[in-house]
Design a protein around this ligand. Structure first.
Ligand SMILES: *Cc1c(COP(=O)(O)O)cnc(C)c1O
Length: 349
């Protein structure tokens, strides 16, 4: 085996969903956001594990993602599409029973003309200026839309990972202004919003990153483990260099392990000379540049010759690496490459 082993702990995903579900009252439904192939971890496996654990409602970004999820789940669980009803989506929405979150007058018209009577939801913009109807648009359409019984009215928070940000309360008030008195289920909170507390929960929550073990859900169980095989070990003398552009030079005689993964596998070049890998509990620093397929690692201080070194685990999480790489856990997860041998674990934790 010359590629890394990416272990995705499905029990940890389920435990994280349950833990987030427990943060709101029994009357609040907890959905699961599985867009972008379940944040890169595999929408079929993740979707089936969550459905088996009791998740009844899923969100994806695009109708195509909804099609892949429907194939994995079969009929039953509700699948909602954040991007709404785009031109070309009608057959998928109809045949696979997807629920588009309508975002604009154009989408409302398309949906009601193409699929009258087919379930839909409504997305409102409360200040993020990304998706959803603005207050004036909503005011013009609400008397047409409400009698058709939308499945959900939702909006999305821009700054929920920062509990002290004034934007949170501003968007909460805007959402109240636009929806109070409407007898349709409402949703405002993703992972960050769940952690802001019950004022933000409404009838349904939509966690994504927290399910996969990422910030801001600090109590999450670790979902992703990554072990990289050592391809070769060599001794380098004082003064020799390792990797492209000679960015690391040995100050003393050293042992260098070359492991099989690189930036083509989502291990960003910003990790060069910065991150560590682990041999059991012992950190082993990256030496020199991360290449496309390989990384040099300092194993001088190890008593044994390792067969594998660990990049992601409880000791070094996706958020830890993301921070070193100058990004966020969401991006790091979705960049994890397709060359890894993927292993879906149950009963690890
Ligand atoms: C991605 C997304 C979510 C999930 O957000 P997390 O921060 O990953 O929990 C929820 N709602 C919308 C509209 C999204 O785009």
């Amino acid at each position: 085996m010359s590629t890394g082993r990416l272990t995705i702990d499905l029990d940890a995903v389920v435990a994280n969903w349950r833990a987030l579900d427990a943060k709101s009252g029994a009357e609040v439904q907890t959905a699961a956001v599985v867009k972008a192939d379940a944040y890169g971890l595999g929408v079929g496996k993740v979707g089936r594990a969550l459905a088996a654990a009791g998740t009844r409602r899923f969100f994806v970004a695009a109708a195509e993602e909804g099609a892949a999820l429907r194939e994995a789940l079969g009929p039953g669980p509700e699948i909602s599409v954040f991007s709404g009803h785009m031109s070309g989506d009608t057959d998928m929405v109809h045949d696979l029973g997807l629920v588009p979150m309508l975002n604009s007058v154009e989408q409302v018209t398309r949906h009601l003309e193409a699929l009258p009577g087919h379930p839909f939801g409504i997305q409102l913009d409360t200040g993020m200026n990304r998706l959803g109807m603005e207050p004036a648009e909503w005011a013009a359409l609400r008397d047409i839309l409400l009698p058709q019984n939308p499945r959900l009215i939702m909006s999305h928070l821009a700054c929920a990972d920062d509990p002290d940000h004034p934007m949170n309360h501003q968007q909460l008030s805007a959402f109240h202004d636009m929806t109070d008195g409407v007898d349709i289920p409402r949703s405002l909170a993703a992972t960050g919003g769940i952690l802001l507390g019950p004022d933000y929960h409404f009838d349904l929550t939509r966690p994504g990153i927290g399910l996969y073990g990422g910030f801001p859900f600090e109590d999450a169980q670790t979902v992703v483990h990554l072990d990289l095989p050592v391809i070769q070990i060599r001794d380098v003398a004082e003064g020799e260099t390792v990797g492209y552009s000679n960015t690391w030079q040995a100050e003393a005689a050293s042992r260098v392990a070359t492991v099989a993964a690189g930036y083509a596998d989502g291990l960003n070049r910003h990790l060069s000379n910065q991150a560590v890998l682990f041999h059991e509990d012992t950190p082993c620093p990256i030496l020199g540049r991360v290449s496309m397929d390989m990384i040099g690692v300092d194993v001088t201080h190890l008593r044994e010759t390792p067969k594998n070194l660990t990049m992601l685990s409880d000791q070094q999480t996706v958020d830890d690496l993301a921070e070193i790489a100058g990004t966020i856990g969401y991006e790091f997860l979705t960049q994890l490459g397709h060359r890894y041998h993927r292993h879906y674990a149950r009963g690890r934790t």
